[in-house]
Design a protein around this ligand. Structure first.
Ligand SMILES: [Zn+2]
Length: 212
């Protein structure tokens, strides 16, 4: 059981020696939401096991949200979409790219759209890591799911996403500044330890250190 906040479950799919690779399950009154799907087949089993600890099944999942198109976030999407039958959504620029990558229908979301789940999930478009890279703000929980918009080292220091993984590293780094416009206490992201204290302060420090 890895419930990092009430109703927010985090699964680390990394093998020993890997950098961390998180995906999330949200326990919302409107139905269970899966955010990202990881890539290895055994990760599907990990998601199933976590659902079980929540007394849920695949059929309780009513929405799949994807942060962006990279393989470590979407390779299991066809399997997870099939098991759940749930609609898949991502930012409107990323949706066709994900469809092309994995052959699953993806509905496009606009920047600023607010999904009704868990007290409101706001879509924040931060391009640069990929075209339609998105963060998802869980407004009622004051938690920002940032995907690959930021990275972290083993000590928990936040960094911009590494250039080798970015479409446009300058745009990706500059875009982090946008995260200062929102209200959250927790920063949850894919590759590094989640920030469960002073999250916004840490993001502000990162923006300052990036000098953009
Ligand atoms: Zn990525």
């Amino acid at each position: 059981m890895v419930e990092i906040l009430k109703g927010v479950h985090s699964i680390d799919h990394s093998d020993k020696g890997d950098h961390s690779l998180e995906t999330w399950i949200l326990d919302c009154p409107q139905g269970t939401v899966i955010v990202d799907t990881a890539m290895r087949p055994e990760s599907v089993d990990k998601i199933a096991a976590e659902l079980k600890t929540m007394n849920k099944t695949w059929k309780d999942v009513k929405l799949i949200l994807i942060t962006h198109k990279h393989g470590d976030h979407v390779k299991n999407l066809p399997k997870v979409a099939e098991l759940t039958g749930a609609p898949v959504k991502a930012h409107e620029l990323e949706a066709p790219l994900i469809e092309k990558a994995v052959g699953v229908k993806v509905e496009g979301l606009k920047d600023g759209a607010i999904l009704p789940h868990c007290g409101g999930i706001e879509v924040i478009h931060v391009p640069g890591h990929s075209e339609g890279n998105a963060c998802y703000l869980l407004k009622a929980k004051k938690a920002l799911i940032a995907g690959d918009t930021v990275f972290g080292d083993a000590n928990g220091a936040l960094t911009a996403p590494p250039e080798k993984y970015c479409l446009d590293v300058k745009q990706a780094t500059k875009g982090i500044r946008r995260l200062l416009d929102y209200d959250y206490d927790y920063l949850i992201y894919t590759h590094g330890p989640d920030v469960m204290k002073d999250a916004k302060k840490k993001v502000a420090e990162l923006v300052a250190s990036c000098g953009v």
